[in-house]
Structure formats: C-alpha cells, structure tokens
Design a protein around this ligand. Structure first.
Ligand code: NAP
Ligand code: MG
Length: 488
C-alpha cells in the first residue's frame, strides 16, 4: 500500500513565485527505504516553464550584478542562517528521499551552510590583478565579469551540497541561476530554494525548474540565453552537456564519475586502512563520486588486510537511514539497485571471487526497500568490468599486487581520475603516489572520499572537463576575466 496521506506537492520557483507546471503533471519522489512511501510530488515541467525561468533570470541578473559583492554576500549569510534553522528538516527529507543515513544527511546539510558562508565572504575578496603596462603612464588591471544566466544540473547523491556549491559561487560573482535538480532528489532541492526565497533574494535571481533530464536538462543545454552550464553527474550525460554547450558557444563545467582506488602498502597501518576503506567505499552505500571502489593491496599484507576488512564489513548494519542503529542505507532508487546487482553478476561471470554480500537484502521490512548487501570481491583483474566501470554501489574489488609500481599502474589503469588514496608510513611511497597518481584529489592515510569546501575539487582524465569547483577555484568558471587598460 502506498502512503500518500498528507503528501505535499512541490512547485517550481520562477521569478520569485511558486508555480505549477503548465502540463499539470507531477512525479512522485519515492523513499528508497520503503518504496510505498511517497516523499513528495514534484512538477513535471515543460520547456515553457524553463523559458519563463530563463527570461526572469536574464532580467534579474542586470540588477543583481550591480550590487556590491558585500551586498550579495549578505543575502548568502541570510540563506545560511535560515538553512541552519531548518537543518534537521532538510536532512530528514534527504534521508527519506535518497536513503543516506540521517547522520550523513545532517553532516551534508551543515556543509551546505558552511559553503554559503564561505562564498558570502568571497564577495569581499580580491577579484583581479594589477599588471604593469609597458606604457609607463597607463594603468592595467584585470577584473571579473559574471557569465550572466547560469544553468545548474545536479545529481541525487549530494542533494544539498552539490546544488549549493554551484549556486553560492554563481550568485556571489553576480550571475543568476536556473537549477534543474535530479528527479530522485527534487524535494530536498526545493527545500534549499525555499531558504533562498525566505532570505528575500530579488525575484528571478534564483529559479528552480523540476522535470526530466531529457526535457529540462536538454532545454538548459540548448537555451541560447543560458551563458554557462555547471553539471555534476554521470560521464554519459556529462558528455552530452559538454557537446551541446560547446556547439552553441556556452561555457561549461562537468564533474563526472570516478573509479577511485585505495592502495594499501606493505608498511600501512592496516586497522586505519580497513576503517578508511570501509568508510570511503561503503558510506552513502557507495554512492559518492569519490567513493573507494578498487582496493589494491601489496602481497605481503594482503591476507591479513583481507581478513580484517571482511570481519568489519560483516558487522555493517543495513537499514532505514532514519534509524540510529543504521550504518548503511538503501541504494537511492530501484534503477540504482538493479545496476549494482547486474555489476555483481558480471563480476561473478568474469571470474572474480565473491567474499561476502552479493545479494539484495530482503529481510523483513527491508524487502520494501532497495537494499543491497555490502559486497567484497577478490581475485579481481584490472581488465574486469567491476574494476573499470563506475558501479556507484557498496561493492569493493580487492586486487593483489607485488610492488608499489604495479599498484600505481593498476590504480591509473581506468578512464577516470577523480580521487585516490594510499596507506603507508614511508615518505618515498608517499612522494611516488603524489607524483604518479593521475587523480584530481590524492589523499595519504585518509579515505578517498573527503572533500573540503575551501579547496579546489575536480577530476583528471574523463572525470571532469578539467575545470575545478569549490574553494577559490570557483571564480574561474563563474566569471570571465576582463583586462582593462586605462590611460588618463
Ligand atoms: P545523471 O544520470 O548523469 O544525472 C545527473 C543530472 O543530469 C540529473 O539532474 C539528470 O536529470 C540530468 N540529465 C539526465 N539526462 C540529461 C540530458 N539528456 N540532458 C541534460 N541533463 C540530463 O547522474 P546521477 O545518476 O544523478 O548521479 C550519479 C553520477 O554523478 C555518478 O556518475 C557520479 O560519479 C556522478 N557524480 C560526480 C560528482 C563529481 O563531483 N565528480 C559528484 C557527485 C556525483 P534526471 O534526474 O531527470 O535524470
Ligand atoms: Mg527517491
């Protein structure tokens, strides 16, 4: 039976107003911990709503960019304060909508608040350089101009942090925004936009249009009045965004998948490495772009590490993320569950050995949700699909090697290069890893998942468009440099 009593219907936010879709259609956002629970109904929008939002954003941007950075920052501080007050409600909605545990959802919401404050301060920092001209009587400097209207397309796995780490820098640098959130996390996205509304942002500066990727996402790619697109999601969709934006001369930024390794060297602190492999690989049910998915272990510590890892993985408590005792929630959707299970089948077919897990978890009430057991494979070869493709689930592939060189070679033997970590106490190993690992984020004696908001974030190879977001790197995407030459 579907629980639909008191289920709220959420609207688009366009030009400061809450507006239904002209199609008068909605879609249900479902709780992956219990497929019968509908978290909210969200608008299935059409191009008409997108066009209205873009027109409003275009109109609003002219005034918005004229405000001082400090004045724009004041709005972001207000949004942060409102979000902080609503943090528990927002976190709970995130858990109900996409399944991560409440502890993680609360952590992410606090991070969203911190990102807003970080970029609020950015409105008061330097945004140009003074450059000596060859003409001794001239003044030459750079300044930054906003792009104009920015389209933001986000995935469901960090429903608060990712929209905010794009919206906040877009706004502080004088752009207006259209957000198209993932369908699986639209309710949480709308709650964030409510905070912007409550903070009294001028109408049209921030807009949200919900609906499908093929209509609203594609509409953002094609819209001639959207000057920049910031996308996070799969590499498949990311390539479409990049090609479409390039074809019409819009600026774009893509953050895509990962196949992140951890290397466990012979001198590693094995307990620490086990803890970090579990946290990096299985927290959020493995659905982080920076999640560990390949565990490359030196032969002389392989058996000991494997036994310790196996013992800890078997203790993991799966369940509804709202319950205190739950360590790992469900996959975010049925599609995601099916993908994970098909990769597990593929791993078995290709000859990897299943050490634990491997099945859908269907005990008692868990059968109503999209749960999968935390899964460990060994005897994995680098050429296998489970060692090459992003699974986005709680599946770890153990790969045994004999030397650090071999470990690094395998670590780099994928098309992605988002994050990587190594466990070692040896400075030589650390330096080789820093130098030779092709990843945008390399971490030593720390899990592969772990992003700090004040530092640049992005991948190498096919993990990104080679741009960076977050920290002070965000200015590079959300502005254009203008070189100014003045002669009195
Ligand atoms: P996805 O399927 O690529 O979707 C991402 C967004 O694109 C969603 O809003 C989606 O809308 C939209 N979209 C789908 N088709 C589109 C199209 N034809 N044109 C324009 N937009 C379209 O990714 P996901 O499943 O939500 O998220 C998981 C992926 O995100 C993983 O690959 C993960 O590695 C990646 N990720 C990367 C980072 C990073 O920073 N590198 C961070 C987090 C996640 P719908 O919801 O309507 O499909
Ligand atoms: Mg859902």
């Amino acid at each position: 039976m579907t629980t639909s009593i008191d289920v709220k219907t959420y609207l688009n936010y366009i030009n400061g107003n809450w507006i239904p879709s002209s199609l008068q259609e909605t879609y249900a956002s479902v709780n992956p911990a219990n497929k019968h629970e509908i978290v909210g109904y969200v608008q299935t929008s059409s191009k008409q709503e997108l066009n209205e939002a873009v027109a409003a954003a275009k109109k609003a941007q002219g005034q918005w960019r004229k405000l001082s950075g400090a004045a724009r920052g004041d709005y972001l501080y207000k949004v942060a304060a409102i979000m902080e007050k609503r943090a528990n409600e927002i976190a709970e909605s995130m858990t109900r909508e996409m399944g991560k545990t409440l502890l993680e959802a609360k952590g992410e919401t606090s991070r969203g608040v911190a990102i807003l404050r970080y970029y609020a301060g950015e409105g008061m920092r330097k945004n140009g350089d003074l450059i000596p001209s060859t003409d001794s009587e001239a003044l030459m400097f750079t300044t930054r101009s906003p792009l104009g209207v920015v389209g933001i397309i986000t995935p469901w796995n960090f429903p608060v942090a990712i929209p905010i780490w794009k919206i906040a820098p877009a706004l502080i640098f004088g752009n207006s925004v259209i957000l198209k959130p993932a369908q699986e996390a639209s309710v949480t996205a709308i709650k964030i936009i409510e905070c912007f509304h409550e903070a009294g942002l001028p109408k049209g500066v921030v807009n949200v249009v919900t609906g499908s990727g093929s209509v609203i996402g594609q509409g953002i790619i094609n819209h001639p009045d959207i000057n920049g697109i910031s996308f996070t999601g799969s590499d498949e969709v990311g390539k479409k965004v990049g090609q479409g934006a390039f074809a019409r001369g819009a600026k774009y930024q893509l953050e895509m998948g990962g196949k992140n390794p951890v290397i466990v060297a012979s001198d590693a602190d094995l307990d620490l490495a086990v803890e970090a492999t579990i946290s990096g690989g299985l927290r959020s049910t493995g659905q982080k772009c920076t999640a560990t998915s390949r565990v490359i272990v030196l032969g002389d510590v392989y058996e000991e590490f494997k036994q310790k890892l196996l013992a800890e993985v078997q203790k993991i408590k799966i369940g509804n993320g709202l319950k205190n005792e739950t360590w790992m929630g469900p996959c975010a959707s049925e599609d995601q569950l099916d993908t994970v299970l098909s990769y597990i089948d593929q791993g078995i077919k290709e000859g990897a050995t299943l050490l634990c897990g491997g099945k859908r978890e269907e005990k008692n009430e868990l059968k109503e949700g999209f749960y999968v057991q935390p899964t460990l494979f060994e005897n994995v070869k680098s050429s296998m699909k489970i060692a090459q493709e992003e699974i986005f689930g709680p599946v770890l592939a153990l790969i045994k090697v004999q030397t650090l060189e071999e470990a690094l070679e395998i670590a780099n033997d994928v098309k992605f290069g988002l994050s990587a970590s190594i466990f070692t106490r040896n400075i030589g190993n650390m330096l080789s890893f820093i130098e030779d690992m092709d990843a945008g984020l390399v971490r030593i004696n720390a899990e592969s998942a772990g992003v700090e908001l004040q530092a640049p974030f992005g991948g190498m190879k096919q993990s990104s468009s080679h741009s960076r977001e977050q920290g002070q790197a965000a200015i590079e995407f959300f502005t254009s440099i203008k070189t100014v030459f003045v002669k009195a």
